[in-house]
Design a protein around this ligand. Structure first.
Ligand code: KG4
Ligand code: ZN
Length: 356
């Protein structure tokens, strides 16, 4: 890739329609986000308590071109040449995700690649969540140094609505999945428990907010698979435990709900932190990376930092800006920088079942 290039990122794997421009310095040490735009159909899904794939894809078809043109204007100004924007490649999520949604991004990227004569870089959404850690919002020197300090081996905990994965990165492009969820993902557990408590979808951030006023010790919910001798997770039993707690209650006060939220959050965070530390110890990690929507959770961030200190871990913890934790296109462009394998527009195919 040439000196100081711009990459257009496109992300449409779930309900978001996102586009971003990042500028890469010649040594790849600075990945500066110049524009990061997202249109979400979340308000439509809040009514149904979950994403309806058909609705998501229909909305994405409406949003995709306005979002891309807005991001080009935000990055390069209103005079930007829409027929030949100053980018070197188009990075697009090709999986995993909802097929209808992925197709909107992939087919748009394919068309723009043909029209603009720019290569496509297909990106795995999950790697995008990990590479959100390399993004900077400002060009201040200290931030750039910070990101350049991400050393290998690194342990990444990717926690989103669909995944709870521990990944060992030995280098860019050299990685191994150490463990994953056997049933519900951590974000899914937050969302389903939120539903039981009558909270709006997605419930993770609301549960975190309510937990601030709650007692995390009031309800001793299970810590599933805490002491299993592997790095897998399971969260469906936690959901059942909350259901069994809430069901016999005739009335729930605000305090009880806050205490349930705090206890649920604590149970999820305990398991995530314990297994991440174990993975870091097993592999003498130099860096710990958080990624995915649940990585926006303050309690998880703090507990992981605290536990790393308590265990005398040499690993340094990196956490993306909150806006880069939930689905966005800047992280897709970031991953493309290190998995730089541009392909001709004819060769890209969406893959909803893509693993790592
Ligand atoms: O990564 P993401 O935006 O989309 C997927 O790829 O799934 O993650 C969305 C998930 C949702 O389950 C949401 O409830 C959760 O991230 N989430 C949180 C917080 N913010 C978002 N979970 C816990 N605490 C938060 N602050
Ligand atoms: Zn995601």
């Amino acid at each position: 890739m040439s000196v100081s290039t711009n990459i257009l990122g496109i992300e449409t794997s779930c309900d978001e329609t996102a586009a971003a421009i990042i500028t890469i310095s010649d040594d790849k040490k600075s990945l500066l986000v110049r524009a990061n735009d997202i249109a979400s159909s979340l308000s439509l899904h809040a009514v149904t308590g979950g994403v309806i794939p058909e609705t998501a894809a229909r909305e994405q078809i409406k949003y995709i071109l306005p979002v891309i043109s807005q991001t080009l204007i935000n990055a390069f100004g209103p005079e930007v040449d829409m027929k030949n924007p100053p980018i070197s490649a188009i990075a697009v999520t090709y999986g995993p995700g909802l097929i209808g949604s992925l197709l909107v991004g992939v087919e748009t990227a394919r068309t723009l690649s043909f029209l603009w004569n720019k290569p496509i870089i297909p990106v795995n959404h999950m790697l995008g969540h990990i590479y959100a850690n390399w993004l900077s919002e400002s060009s201040e020197a200290h931030r750039t140094e910070d990101k350049a300090a991400i050393a290998f081996p690194a342990i990444a905990l990717v926690v989103s609505g669909g995944h709870t994965d521990l990944v060992l990165l030995k280098d860019h492009g050299v990685y191994e999945v150490l463990g994953g969820t056997r049933d519900d993902a951590a974000g899914e557990a937050f969302d389903k428990i939120g539903r039981l408590l009558g909270l709006p979808y997605p419930a993770g951030a609301t549960i975190a907010k309510l937990a601030e006023k709650g007692n995390p010790k009031r309800f001793p919910f299970p810590r599933p698979m805490l002491h299993s001798d592997n790095l897998d997770f399971s969260f469906s039993g936690l959901k059942t435990a909350v259901l069994n707690t809430v069901k016999p209650m005739h009335r729930t006060s605000d305090q009880i709900v806050a205490d349930i939220c705090a206890s649920v959050q604590q149970a999820i965070v305990d398991v995530l932190v314990y297994k991440t530390i174990k993975a870091a110890q097993n592999h003498q990690a130099e860096s710990l990376l958080l990624g995915g929507g649940v990585a926006a959770n303050e309690h998880l961030r703090k507990q992981l930092q605290l536990s790393a200190i308590n265990h005398n871990l040499a690993a340094k913890l990196f956490v993306p800006e909150k806006s880069f934790c939930t689905d966005n296109a800047a992280m897709i462009a970031a991953a493309a920088v290190f998995y730089d394998s541009p392909i001709p527009w004819k060769d890209i195919t969406a893959d909803p079942e893509l693993y790592y």
